[in-house]
Design a protein around this ligand. Structure first.
Ligand code: BEZ
Ligand code: FE
Length: 255
């Protein structure tokens, strides 16, 4: 049973304020420093970068860990990040269009798997929503060469199975042109993420799963700027004919 919002607020907020006061006292923070901190947070809000700040401070990873503690055979969850877009187009198979300058070394990747309940029942009426960067490291939102919703899409799961055609993504940097980028620079934290594909999977009677899939041998697997890599979510990529293939089975827990 969920606790009413007011009760949670009266439980949590005084502790948050006490923790902030303790840090300010311990470090003898000056008036100037506190005002600079408030100006920074104001900028973060204006730039719509609070999710990004939560991600790069690894707070999102902590909340994910606190929110999904069961070990019941369900696929591990992961952070959503700030780059999800509502209502992507339905896709039959291919989730992208070619675009000028997409890179000659771009590699076609088929991703496929079973979608089941944790008891093994195939989920025929799940919806898989995927999003990722193109093969040279950019999301459609940042890359004016790409059509809107490129490398995004919703897929159905007939027979409890799915497959889609994409390009192997590459490592990329989180946005660095705003206040969070300045913060990363100031504390000496690099902005790179390992290559990954985001998944949001919903099925009637089941908890929606938000997760990411990573690939072996990525230089940032051990060193993701948002700390979101889970070994259970690293999946091999194998050559298959003239393309690559990756299997990612998905198991959802019932609601
Ligand atoms: C992403 O994986 O899309 C992402 C996550 C955190 C910050 C920025 C981007
Ligand atoms: Fe991403």
């Amino acid at each position: 049973m969920s606790v009413p919002t007011e009760t949670r607020l009266t439980q949590v907020v005084p502790d948050v304020i006490q923790a902030i006061h303790e840090v300010l006292e311990r470090h003898q923070v000056t008036e100037e420093e506190w005002l600079a901190a408030l100006r920074f947070l104001t900028e973060v809000g204006r730039a719509d970068e609070f999710i990004l700040l939560s991600d790069v401070t690894r707070t999102s990873v902590l909340i994910d860990a606190l929110s999904h503690t069961d070990e019941d055979g369900a696929t591990a969850s992961d952070v959503e990040g700030p780059l999800y877009r509502d209502d992507p187009p339905w896709r039959e198979h291919r989730i992208y269009e070619d675009y000028e300058g997409m890179g000659e070394d771009a590699e076609v990747l088929l991703v496929r798997g079973d979608v089941t309940s944790t008891d093994g029942t195939p989920l025929e009426d799940a919806v898989i929503d995927v999003w990722q960067t193109g093969p040279d490291g950019g999301y459609d939102l940042w890359d004016s060469r790409q059509p809107a919703y490129n490398f995004r899409g919703k897929l159905r799961t007939p027979g409890g199975k799915y497959e889609f055609q994409t390009m192997l993504p590459k490592p990329y940097t989180v946005p660095t042109d705003g206040p969070v980028g300045r913060y990363l620079e100031a504390i000496g934290q690099h902005p790179w993420r390992p290559a990954h594909i985001h998944f949001k999977v919903a099925a009637p009677g089941h908890k929606t799963l938000v997760t990411q899939v990573f690939f072996p041998d990525d230089p940032y697997l051990e060193n993701d700027t948002i700390g979101a890599v889970k070994p259970a979510l690293v999946r091999p990529v194998e050559p298959e004919g003239d393309h690559l293939a990756c299997r990612f089975d998905i198991s959802l827990r019932s609601a």
